[in-house]
Design a protein around this ligand. Structure first.
Ligand code: ACO
Length: 308
């Protein structure tokens, strides 16, 4: 039996920062409204998916003490590829100098958790190390005159090196979900802008996140009280708070980076994970619950017992 462990982590965000006050200068909105309704204070914009993914990937490989030649597969979760063809992961593979294969995965904001679990599957059938990256440049598909979307989104990338280990490894449980009948709630057509029915997404998100997280906790053979750190998709502070309350996980045990990054889709969970690691909030043996939801709709959760 071959399991996985996460050996390195890295992130990248574009230099340009847009504060709520910056947005209020051009839109009919305010810092007070955005802060109260979403928890967002600022976001990074102007990123290019491949470039952010390359930088995050390089940081993760360096953090693992490895060389690009030590990686077998680049798995890029993104909703905003540089182009329809080729896959952005190929640009990332070449940019980092990874000798192995590369493919993209689109499960919207759940993409990173889908990618992590897919990497565990690759390892189980014989792959070596997989570089899993979540990267999105939502600013490129946002209508900056539409206050409902403009205040929510940001750009970024986060990456982890997934390494094979003998035995069951650190991934204790996972589940995926999707409901394509809800695709109208959150969508972006070719050449168009992101559209979201915020209220409906909010309602549905809380329900599916809680159900999916509860199943992952149960399948891992632990209790909610055993979760040392919840690493949720960062879409809205109030969604995270509502999910915490229903799951019985105190907010102090949750990673919140939405104030600094906004909603970065596939990048949001690895950005949060990296923040938790850098600030010393993760110790070997800790139970981490990763959970995400997004367009599709899709959702996914995973429980890890941190091994490093
Ligand atoms: N600034 C000021 N006022 C605003 C803004 C804004 N940016 N946007 C809407 N309003 C107004 C509305 O017009 C409305 O005014 P009214 O009461 O006079 O009609 C009022 O504020 C309330 O609007 P609601 O839409 O009811 O606000 P709500 O509390 O639902 O918050 C939000 C909106 C933040 C979008 C919320 O619904 C949400 O977070 N939804 C889920 C987002 C999400 O999780 N997305 C998932 C992934 S996103 C992705 O994948 C890209």
């Amino acid at each position: 039996m071959r399991g996985i462990t996460i050996r390195g982590c890295g992130i990248s965000v574009p230099d340009k920062v847009l504060t709520n006050d910056d947005l209020s200068a051009t839109l009919d909105t305010s810092d007070a409204w955005i802060t109260e309704r979403t928890g967002i204070k600022e976001r990074h914009v102007g990123g290019i998916t491949s470039q952010m993914a390359i930088e995050a990937g390089r940081h993760a490989i360096a953090d693992a003490g490895l060389d690009p030649s030590d990686i077998d597969v680049v798995l890029l979760a993104t909703t905003t590829p540089d182009a329809l063809v080729p896959a952005t992961s190929a640009t990332v593979q070449a940019g980092i100098g990874v000798p192995g294969g590369a493919f993209d995965l689109n499960a919207a904001c759940s993409g990173f958790v889908y990618g992590l679990v897919a990497a565990a599957g690759l390892v189980a059938v014989g792959s070596g190390r997989v570089l899993v990256i979540g990267a999105d440049a939502l600013s490129r598909i946002t209508d900056w005159d539409d206050r409902t979307m403009a205040v929510l989104v940001g750009d970024g990338a986060g990456a982890v090196v997934v390494e094979p280990v003998d035995g069951p490894g650190d991934l204790l449980s996972w589940n995926f979900g999707a409901d394509g009948t809800l695709r109208h709630l959150l969508r972006c057509d070719h050449g168009g802008y992101l559209f979201m029915d915020g209220k409906e997404v909010f309602r549905k998100a809380v329900r599916v996140v809680v159900e999916s997280a509860e199943r992952a906790i149960q399948d891992a053979g632990i209790q909610a009280s055993d979760v040392d750190l919840l690493v949720p998709h960062q879409a809205n502070l109030r969604i995270i708070q509502a999910a915490c309350q229903r799951l019985g996980i105190p907010e102090e045990r949750t990673v919140m980076v939405i104030d600094r990054y906004g909603n970065t889709s596939s990048a949001s969970i690895p950005l949060a994970l990296d923040d938790a690691l850098r600030s010393g909030r993760v110790s070997p043996g800790n139970h981490l619950l990763l959970t995400g939801f997004g367009g599709g709709m899709t959702w996914a959760s995973a429980v890890l017992r941190w091994g490093r």
